[in-house]
Structure formats: structure tokens, C-alpha cells
Design a protein around this ligand. Structure first.
Ligand code: TRP
Ligand code: ZN
Length: 458
């Protein structure tokens, strides 16, 4: 608040000194959405979040979540008003820089009007107190996400639009932030969130788990998955590793592959990006997929080896290097799928070339296999179609065979390292591939990413 008064005083001085030439500040509302082609209302305009401090309490027996979110942000315009995304809940109170703010609900928007305008460039904090039953979000492809209750807790995933089901957020992949979690649950349950475990302490029958994600994270990658878990802690080359397994799974052999997979990907893509690794193996029967939640992917069942390494590879492609807009989803899924193949090749099983060849045998008449082309899902209904994964992975293998291994592996590594913690677009990848290979690849990518039907020449 003091900062803003100083800012206002500064403007007045400039006005006086310059004889009124400088324009008066013009405070206006931040946009209600960030304009994503698939999810136009997700995210908001006018500010950039630096950190989320989430203090939550969850009662599985009543499915009630009580939360206080402290969002630290910087205004990117002179703001009279701004939104956070939040689905459901009763909001008891909103403070901006400790002062009561007025607020209203409008669909997934929590519309906040601070007592005074926020000057562009200034940092501010928003405190939101909320409570209620968190929601399960159904996506255009009919899959579910958000806060999904399980037998012993909740499976918490947010891709592509589930995070507002459990905290107030600028739900755009372009606005990465750090996170502090303090989540209280009945004693005996474990909370698995992103980053490193700071502490867990029990008082009056409740255990509070504190986690910290100190690297920038896209909102869809946040989790606070709760359940009865066997939690083991070790480390992979000095990086703390947390593996949580629902006790009902007794066959856990596949998880022993985690350190080798992390080391292998680090050897080809560059250093592991984050301060923690791990896996959360839960039982969430209604959720058919796993998610690459940052530092610790979460699985709705005991994964097979391909699924495990897929989610680990996403830590480089998807988590550290993140799409700027959802239609570019192949930049996550094509890369993670090709990563499954190179792992198989590395293990002396089927090579990526062999897997490509087998898939390429799919007849052109099987249009569901070949369409939509991975660079253009068309609508969010097709965001996670098989073609995004398989033809996306094939695009990379075809690139490998076109430019040769040295240029290809340089592209993969440069992409991960030059865009670490960033957000990216497909044209940026094409430009990098052309730079690293010295080849004109416009036609190649046009055929593989954007042209419907089975590619024949490239
Ligand atoms: N990104 C997940 C993966 O690693 C899959 C996923 C997330 C998904 N959300 C989804 C799949 C919704 C289908 C529907 O593959
Ligand atoms: Zn994936």
C-alpha cells in the first residue's frame, strides 16, 4: 500500500513539474481471460503472479476444503480491478495489501476491486479466504480433473483447466510462479504437493504438510494429492526424491526405474530442471490418466514402465518448457511420447525407428489414427487424442531421421536448455530446428504437424 501512495505522489510531482504535460494515470480493469484459443477465460490480464502461498485444510469425510491463498503479484498495467480464476466455494473475504477489497463472482472469475488502483509495476498481495466443496471439472473431451475425491483423500490434477477447482489462480500456462503449500489433513493421511518437503507435524489429530516449489511452475502442474501413502525418501544424484504409493499396490518393481530414467533423460536433454523428483501412485478409478505434476508426476494407478518414463520426460518438456497456448499441446505429448521410444531404444528393446515404422504402417484410411494433425487439434475436444501423442512422437522421429542424430539431439537439448522455465510456441521450435540443422524445414513441419491425413513425402 505504501508503495502505491508513493507512486501516486510521484505522479502528482511529475504532473506539477512538467506543467501538466504528463498524462494522469488511467486505471482500468484487467482482462477476464488471457485469450487462449481453447480456454479464453482461463487466466487473466493486468498482472503477473510471483508466488502462491496456499494454506489449506481438507476433511475427506465431508469433502470440505478450507483455504487461505496469499497471491503475490506485480501489476502490468494500472489496474482498477482484476480477476482470479476460482470455481465454486464461498469466498468469505478478500484483502489487497491487507486492506478489504470488494469482490464479486462471475462464473469462474473472482472479480476483485481493490480500495485504490494498483500502479503498473508495483507488487501487491491478494489474500482470499474461501471454503466449500471443491469441484470436479469435466473437460470438453469428457475427462475429469480438478479435486477428485478418492477412497482415502483426493486426487488433485489441473490439466488443462482444473486448478481453479482448489485455489484462486491466474490459470494461464504463461504465468508461472513459485508455490508454498501448508495442507492440514486428518492424522494418518499424507499430502503430496510439488517441490521439497519442509516439514510435517501433527497436533490435535491433524497433520500439516509443508511443501515448497521454488522453481517457476505453470498452474496446471500444481497438486496437493491426499491419501494413505507409503512415502519413501531417497535421492537421485543429490536431488531429493519422494515416492508415495497407495498401500494397496504391492507390485512396485517399476518404480525402481525412476533414478535410471532421470539420469538417462538428463544425459540427452540436459540437467534435470527441478529441486525434487518423485512419483505419486494413487488409486483414482474415475481418472483414466496420469499427469506430469511438477517434480512428482501423479498416477491414477500403478503405471507401466512406458507411462512412468513418459511422465518423467515431461519434467523437461511440458513442465520446464511449457506451451504458451493449448493448441500447441503436441510440444508436451509428442515429446513425452518420443521420450518413451528413446528409453525403449536405450534399454535395448524396440528402437524409436522400429516403433515409428510399426505406427507408420497404419493405413491412410484409418483417419482416426492420422487426424487431427498434431499441430492443430482444432478444438479442445481433441487436446489429448491419440494423434497428438503418436503422430506427435512420429514427427520427432521423422525429424531425427531427416537431420541426423547429431543435429537432432542438439535440437532436443537446446530446446530444453534455452527455454528452461519458459513458455514456447511451435514456430519457435521450427526456427531452432532450422538453426541447429542448417536445413529449411518449413515443408517438413507443414506435412507432419499441420497437414491432415497420412504423411507420404517429407
Ligand atoms: N498430460 C497427461 C499425460 O501425460 C494426460 C492428460 C492430462 C489428459 N489431462 C488429461 C488426458 C485430460 C486426457 C484428458 O499424458
Ligand atoms: Zn503426456
Amino acid at each position: 500500500m505504501r508503495k502505491h501512495l508513493l507512486g501516486a505522489a510521484f505522479v502528482v510531482c511529475v504532473l506539477l513539474l512538467s506543467g501538466g504535460v504528463a498524462a494522469a494515470r488511467d486505471f482500468s480493469p484487467g482482462a477476464a481471460g488471457s485469450g487462449d484459443p481453447f480456454f479464453p477465460l482461463a487466466g487473466n490480464g493486468g498482472y503477473d503472479v510471483g508466488n502462491y502461498g496456499l494454506t489449506l485444510a481438507y476433511a475427506p469425510s465431508s469433502n470440505r476444503l478450507t483455504g487461505e491463498a496469499v497471491v503475490t503479484a506485480t501489476a502490468t498495467q494500472d489496474l482498477s480491478r482484476f480477476d482470479l480464476d476460482l470455481r465454486g466455494f464461498a469466498v468469505a473475504r478478500v484483502l489487497v495489501d491487507g486492506q478489504a477489497a470488494t469482490f464479486a463472482r462471475d462464473g469462474q472469475e473472482l472479480v476483485i476491486t481493490p480500495p485504490a488502483g494498483l500502479v503498473s509495476g508495483s507488487q501487491f498481495t491478494v489474500t482470499v479466504d474461501y471454503a466449500g466443496k471443491p469441484s470436479v471439472v469435466t473437460d470438453p473431451d469428457r475427462s475429469i480433473e480438478g479435486w477428485v475425491p478418492t477412497k482415502d483423500g483426493a486426487f488433485v490434477v489441473g490439466e488443462p483447466q482444473g486448478s481453479p477447482a482448489w485455489y484462486p489462480v491466474n490459470d494461464s500456462p504463461r504465468d508461472k510462479a513459485t508455490y508454498d503449500f501448508a495442507v492440514s489433513v486428518p492424522r494418518g493421511l499424507t499430502v503430496m504437493a510439488n517441490g521439497v518437503l519442509l516439514s510435517h507435524a501433527t497436533a490435535a489429530g491433524k497433520t500439516t504438510w509443508r511443501w515448497r516449489e521454488s522453481d517457476p511452475m505453470a498452474s496446471f502442474l500444481a497438486t496437493a494429492t491426499i491419501g494413505r501413502f507409503d512415502l519413501t525418501q531417497h535421492s537421485v544424484d543429490g536431488i531429493p526424491a519422494y515416492v508415495a504409493v497407495d498401500p494397496q499396490f504391492t507390485k512396485r518393481q517399476v518404480l525402481s526405474k525412476l533414478p535410471a530414467a532421470i539420469r538417462f533423460y538428463a544425459s540427452i536433454y540436459g540437467p534435470y530442471p527441478f529441486t525434487a523428483v518423485g512419483a505419486i501412485v494413487d488409486k483414482a478409478p474415475g481418472v483414466g490418466y496420469s499427469l506430469e505434476t511438477q517434480t512428482k508426476p501423479v498416477f491414477a494407478y500403478m503405471p507401466d514402465e512406458a507411462t512412468l518414463v513418459h511422465e518423467l520426460a515431461h519434467q523437461w518438456y511440458g513442465d520446464s518448457v511449457t506451451l504458451a497456448q493449448w493448441p500447441d499441446i503436441w510440444l508436451h505429448e509428442g515429446f513425452a511420447t518420443w521420450s518413451e521410444w528413446i528409453w525403449s531404444e536405450h534399454e535395448g528393446k524396440a528402437s524409436a525407428h522400429q516403433i515409428f515404422t510399426r505406427l507408420y504402417d497404419t493405413p491412410a484410411g484409418n483417419t482416426a489414427f492420422w487426424n487431427p494433425p498434431p499441430g492443430d487439434p482444432g478444438t479442445p475436444v481433441h487436446l489429448f487424442d491419440g494423434t497428438i501423442y503418436e503422430r506427435g512422437g512420429m514427427t520427432l522421429q521423422a525429424l531425427r531421421e531427416k537431420v541426423g542424430d547429431p543435429a537432432f539431439f542438439k535440437i532436443m537439448r537446446d530446446w530444453a536448455q534455452q527455454n528452461r522455465f519458459g513458455t514456447v510456441t511451435t514456430p519457435e521450435l521450427i526456427a531452432l530446428a532450422e538453426r541447429d540443422s542448417g536445413m529449411d524445414l518449413g515443408a517438413f513441419f507443414q506435412v507432419w504437424l499441420y497437414q491432415p491425413g497420412k504423411p507420404t513425402t517429407w
